[in-house]
Design a protein around this ligand. Sequence first.
Ligand SMILES: *Cc1c(COP(=O)(O)O)cnc(C)c1O
Length: 495
Amino acid sequence: MSMFYRSTRDDSVKVTASQAILKGLAADGGLFVPESIPSLDKSLEELSKMNYKEVAYEVMKLMLDDFTEEELKSCIDRAYDSKFDTEEMTPLVKVENEYFLELFHGATIAFKDMALSILPHLLTTSAKKNNVKNEIVILTATSGDTGKAALAGFANVPGTKIIVFYPKNGVSPIQEKQMVTQKGDNTYVIGIKGNFDDAQTGVKNIFSDKELEKVMNDAGFQFSSANSINIGRLVPQIVYYVYAYAKLLANGEIKDGEKINVVVPTGNFGNILAAFYAKNMGLPINKFICASNENKVLYDFFTTGEYDRNREFVLTTSPSMDILISSNLERLIYRIAGNNAAKNAELMASLKSEGKYKITDDMKAQLADFYGNYATEAEDAATIKKIYEDCGYVIDTHTSVAATVYDKYRKETGDTTKTVIASTASPYKFTRSVMNAIDSKYDSMGDFELVDELSKISNVKVPNAIEEIRTAPVLHDTVCDSDKMCDEVKKILGI
Ligand SMILES: *Cc1c(COP(=O)(O)O)cnc(C)c1O
């Protein structure tokens, strides 16, 4: 074992991968980052002959090097199984000149499944390795997608319970139905009277309640988080970039060593950071094209070098990207500050107090591989319609942000490098927005009517995740006031 993780805010912190997974966030509020990023020890040629699980092992063994081969392979086997509706896990679909990397073939038809189907196993293995005897209680506040993906990932995983809070009137009907029909004896879903921020604040308060922590410990429980800043979510996301490259090579679409571009529809900056780590591990990537919706904080940051969250929050049709604080960007900031925790901590303190910070010219110069742009709501809808009409391929609203921004990049730069677009959700997850973009006549149809219509026009079978909820019984119907969340947790745990 030779790899350790450091905190982005305190140089004295040094933990193993499994400890970083267990902790999620460093005690100083910083994020865990690998001390140095290991290089792939298999050639691209060798990787091109492997299946998804084999590539996953080759990538993850380097980043999580305190896991034994047996432990890691067992986690991978349990994660990437028949929960996915294709053996390939992440099919690469060529549409005109681009390659859409479909990351939505898991249990909840969004890319979060790629990480959340393995995180529970990484977490329980980490607990065992570190002699944690308590049962792990995952506590999550969700605005929709993460909650369901976490529920699906943790359902029936021995040694865990998962409790999800969502704003009762703040998620889409399909999202709510997906959550309240969740099976599994260890799953709990609670609607709160309040918005997402109330749910989030409630969860944070429960996490930081020292007295509760003690009572929990005495009863044999401890909290953990499935939050996207956990390296147990970041590391599995590196895999599909390596796999996509390997597939392009295997299919003769690129030559060994040829650079590719990747386009990522971005919110919290986790997915695109994983691509950046893939490049650091040796994957030939030219540009990271960071695509934002109208919440274009990142576009402004890449353009000006100033990150400024002081602006109006826009509700868009790509809600999973409606974010003004891209938490994972901190890992990149730390890196371009020369792995300087003090400098990074200063910028993050400024973000907290002023809502903004500015990086130096030196730091900005290190962002040359990144290109940022954004898509307006109208552009997003127009791209969905255009790709459907030209090619018969239907993409979701988030993927369309990426496709729109890629189009702008292409026109601006004339760069013809082969390009992979991360396709982060199935169009079935956002059926109404997608169908409205294609034709306004769909406006009057009911949710499931639209689902059938989408299947007709796209020639894609309705995914299980949607079929299931048509008739699934509601199993969770608890609703509570936002200041009663802690009581609900205690009730569930019997403490
Ligand atoms: C979470 C999510 C994103 C944003 O990913 P980040 O890693 O937060 O940048 C994009 N699209 C979909 C569908 C998502 O669920």
